[in-house]
Design a protein around this ligand. Sequence first.
Ligand code: ACO
Length: 377
Amino acid sequence: MSEKDDTVVVRGLRDVAAGESKISYPDPNGALYYVGYNIDDIIGRTDYEEVAYLLIHKKLPNMQELDKFKTELVSEMKLPDPILKSIKTTPANCLPMDVLRTEVSHLGEYDPEGKVFSEPANKRRASRLIAQVPAIVATLYRSRREEYVPVPREDLDLVQNFLYMLKGTFPHGSAVKVMHRLMTLHIDHGFNASTFAARVTASTNSDMYSAVTSAIGTLKGPLHGGASEKVMEMLDEVYFEGKVEEYIQGLLDNKKKIMGFGHRVYKTQDPRTKHLRGIVEEFSNNFGTSHLYDKCKKIEEIVYDRKKIYPNVDFYAAVALDALEVGKEFFPLFFASSRIVGWVAHILEQYEDAVLLRPSQKYVGELGRLFVPIGQR
Ligand code: ACO
């Protein structure tokens, strides 16, 4: 190494483009595109499965293709018996996100196509994972409550089955519609941390289960998908709206981060927020929970006034999931249940790109130290 090392370190890889992608584009000016379609044009007008097809196949399906894809997904929702057994016997004190990570890894042992690594086999694997991740989440959710786990029904689509398996009752039309919107809003988001982790693993030509396992471990952290759970903890703590100002200002005075705020890419409103805020507003009108909505709006105002930052996807998503009565420790799992589509789409794209993702570093430690054998130290 030369005396003076001019290597430039980009801390946190901020603004570094680590590869090319055709899947989604979070525009820093406040828009989000899925394979070229602005989310504002598709949210509420497409099914979640339709957008999942779009991300995997890079084109919108026609009616026949969508029906076939939906049928295929539902047929894959039934989990192998050893996985079901393993989920049901998981220790009660084990974090749900840890169980999801383990069971996705475990699924790799039961892949019907074993070690076949062709593009068609990987696409089929992608569909299986899109179906199996929500099935694992619902199975765990019900098992933790010591409730029976419904078997997925062929007359329901994936989203309906997800709700049916979570709740144990036939899903209500309005809940299904909300779920399609919520899941579509979480489906993909450029080279976010968990997707990047999946791509790094895939770039070594490792298998899809290993890459998704890396992604889940990365999503878990509170700076990423774990933030939604923390948002709800904050909202629970600041129970009375009258206390919001004091509480939030106190956190900011103490240089604490407000969970569910800030974003690496967006310098303006996160384009998903208005859709999520809309869902929460609908809930607050329907269920008379306006105190929660008002509290959120107030937090938004205070944080913007002090820090000029906006809520990210996790802020209102937490409130929407709470209204759907998904326990807060399951929020990141819900996130994973739809982000699985983005992960597998990116893994497929990375396999095609066929380049090892391996950055360099700037070494700042010592060199040329005198080695002393252990007996002489
Ligand atoms: N609360 C208070 N201040 C914040 C927050 C926040 N949530 N986020 C950023 N800031 C401030 C920082 O203190 C910093 O201020 P300064 O310049 O006065 O020091 C400035 O905004 C820039 O913040 P960075 O941490 O440098 O932004 P970065 O791009 O590295 O981090 C991140 C982005 C991790 C999302 C950050 O905003 C954060 O920690 N947010 C809270 C956790 C969260 O909600 N995560 C979910 C993100 S979305 C997702 O993954 C699904």
